[in-house]
Write a protein of this length. Structure first.
Length: 195
């Protein structure tokens, strides 16, 4: 009888241990999911007077930003992109006319893109360079800028060169000092002339 009680107790402990491991796994998985979607805000600390003076002595660098698939995702009437979770409402809708046809673009901003633009505009002159048509690209840039005047210049498809079926962006149209340019773009081929 005592042996049966010991065996029953061991079986209970093993079962309880497995249940506890499963509960811990579920809690850890839920916590990980919550942490992955947590918004992190960094406090923007103003520069000291000495730092401001040092910064004023150095020429500001230029950060060249692409629009589509870099700062935003968009799709037009009837075309759904896999980059956006189905059912997610757009951040804004643009109505433009292309070749005398009205087209609606449903634009989804990348998470925290407004905060990103606010922060990096303190350190860099921001330039939009997109291979999109100006009528669309200018409207998207206006919405992203939102009267903050953080986007200094804008370049569109007419500033690009068509090379082997894709558009190459000419950085010399921004500035002659290419050493002062940083690029954030999802398409490295757009800058293949600048290794």
């Amino acid at each position: 009888m005592w042996k049966q009680l010991q065996m029953g107790l061991r079986a209970f402990i093993v079962l309880a241990s497995k249940i506890w491991t499963f509960i811990c796994y579920i809690i850890k998985k839920q916590t990980r999911a919550i942490i992955q979607h947590q918004t992190i805000k960094y406090e923007i600390v103003p520069h000291s007077p000495l730092s401001q003076h040092r910064i004023s002595l150095v020429k500001r660098k230029i950060l060249v930003l692409d629009l589509d698939e870099t700062l935003i995702h968009s799709h037009h009437d009837g075309v759904v992109r896999q980059m956006v979770k189905p059912g997610t409402p757009p951040d804004f809708v643009l109505k433009v006319t292309i070749d005398r046809h009205p087209v609606r673009f449903f634009v989804h901003k990348r998470p925290h893109v407004d905060y990103f633009l606010d922060v990096v505009s303190q350190w860099y002159d921001l330039v939009i360079f997109t291979a999109s048509m100006e009528i669309y690209g200018a409207a998207v840039a206006d919405k992203l800028d939102n009267d903050r005047r953080v986007l200094q210049k804008r370049f569109f498809r007419q500033h690009c060169t068509l090379d082997y079926g894709s558009y190459t962006k000419d950085l010399s149209s921004i500035t002659n000092d290419l050493s002062s340019i940083f690029i954030l773009d999802n398409s490295p081929g757009a800058y293949r002339a600048y290794p």
